[in-house]
Every structure is written in C-alpha cells, then in structure tokens.
Design a protein around this ligand. Sequence first.
Ligand SMILES: [Zn+2]
Length: 100
Amino acid sequence: MIRDLELAFVKLHILYHADNEEVFGVGLMKELERHGYTIGPGTLYPTLAKLEKGGFLTCKARTVNHKQRKYYRITPAGRSLLDEMKGKIEELYREVVNGQ
Ligand SMILES: [Zn+2]
C-alpha cells in the first residue's frame, strides 16, 4: 500500500520537475532520493513510459557521452493535470496535516 501512495507522489514530482526543466531517469532518481523516495529503474522507467503514453510528457532521445539518454518535458496536458492536482494537494494538506 505504501508503494501505491508513494508512486502517486513520485508522479507528481516528475510532472513538477518536467515542468521546470528537462528531466532524465538517473537525474530523477537522485532528486527523488533527496526527497526520501527510493525508486529503482524498474519502477521509474515504466512510470515515465506511462506518463508519456498518457500524453503528459514528451520524450526526446539524445546521445550524451556515447550513451543514449531519454529526456522528458511536460506537455500542455501534463501541465493542466499538474495544476489540477495542486489544488487537490492543497486541499488534502489542509485536512490531513492541519486537521481543518
Ligand atoms: Zn522534487
């Protein structure tokens, strides 16, 4: 159950960061670790693929240091999803954390 809930938070982090800059797998794993989430490639890459398939992220492959790397950015649909979720996060925070 904790994984289900954390995965939803992870998706929100991904959308947020992909809105601010180009993101890629290893960079996201480090960023998420900083937030206390231990997400392996076996979870992260399928999650990125799912967000891309849903039209919330776009992906561009580039070669960096002889390695193919996939870079992701948010799409307009991803941005409106993120905006909608911001309202829900605020509402949830108000009740669950502040008890209001
Ligand atoms: Zn973050």
